[in-house]
Write a protein that binds this ligand. Structure first.
Ligand code: SAH
Length: 234
């Protein structure tokens, strides 16, 4: 898998690409990662990437010329022959969830485009973008953190990225439920004990306890998930 990012702040990605699960996956060759500076595709002395909005209003809009030129240089022209999927990070996009992350983790080449200011000239989206993705119903200042969300969520699902592949199968949302509480040593902390069953060594009892806690937590906090998980709502 290869993921390119188009951004006004490529330096934000330097450490992100180097540490933890994402960094290890890159070092092991499970994913190739690169951040590109949109200003490299400007041609004026000031390296201008934004301009005032038509129709008035606050803020600035990202100009279409450098965006379309950069996207075509990195991903090819839009159309059936394009090898990469070009995704614009945008609050107007489809909201990201675990099934969408699973699908993204299987795309061989992604180009994530990060907006800034008030957003992107609509013509650049129509001419060069394949899909828009939102990371949630709130507005950030730029698409860089949303792009990191997509990268981390997709890369950790690549075979070999997680130390133990079992963790991706049992965690929240993969099962359609929230994952229940977890404990490590010590057995008693500030008077609070680890549930006896987890120390019993009885694997079937542990599995049943965990499934019960997951259902209980999901029913209490996210009953909306039960409707799609195949679990009965009571
Ligand atoms: N004026 C826009 C917000 C622009 S925020 C609006 O009202 O919808 C600037 C940039 O930040 C966007 O172009 C996008 O790339 C990024 N961004 C902000 N919030 C986001 C979100 N929830 N999901 C994905 N990208 C987001």
């Amino acid at each position: 898998m290869r993921i390119d990012v188009l951004t006004l702040f490529p330096e934000l990605f330097e450490r992100f690409f180097a540490v933890s699960i994402v960094g290890n996956a890159a070092r092991e060759g499970l994913v190739e990662l690169a951040a590109h500076d949109l200003r490299d595709w400007t041609h004026d002395r000031h390296r201008t990437v934004d301009d005032a909005p038509y129709g008035g209003g606050p803020g600035m809009v990202m100009k279409p010329e450098p965006l379309v030129e950069a996207i075509e240089a990195l991903a090819g022209p839009k159309g059936p022959d394009r090898e990469a999927r070009v995704v614009l990070m945008s609050p107007q996009g489809r909201r990201l969830d675990q099934p969408a992350c699973e699908a993204l983790s299987e795309v061989p080449r992604l180009l994530l485009v990060c907006g800034r200011y008030e957003g992107v000239d609509q013509r650049a989206i129509e001419l060069a973008v394949d899909e828009e993705i939102s990371v949630g119903d709130y507005v950030l200042c730029g698409g860089e953190i949303p792009a990191m969300v997509v990268i981390e969520a997709a890369v950790r699902l690549r075979p070999g990225a997680l130390g133990n592949p079992e963790s991706a199968r049992t965690e929240s949302f993969s099962t359609g439920l929230l994952e229940g509480p977890q404990y490590t040593r010590p057995p008693v902390f500030h008077g609070l004990s680890v549930p006896e069953v987890l120390r019993s060594g009885d694997h079937a009892a542990v599995a049943e306890w965990r499934a019960d806690r997951a259902r209980e937590l999901t029913r209490c906090r996210r009953p909306d998930l039960l409707a799609t998980s195949g679990e009965e709502e009571s």
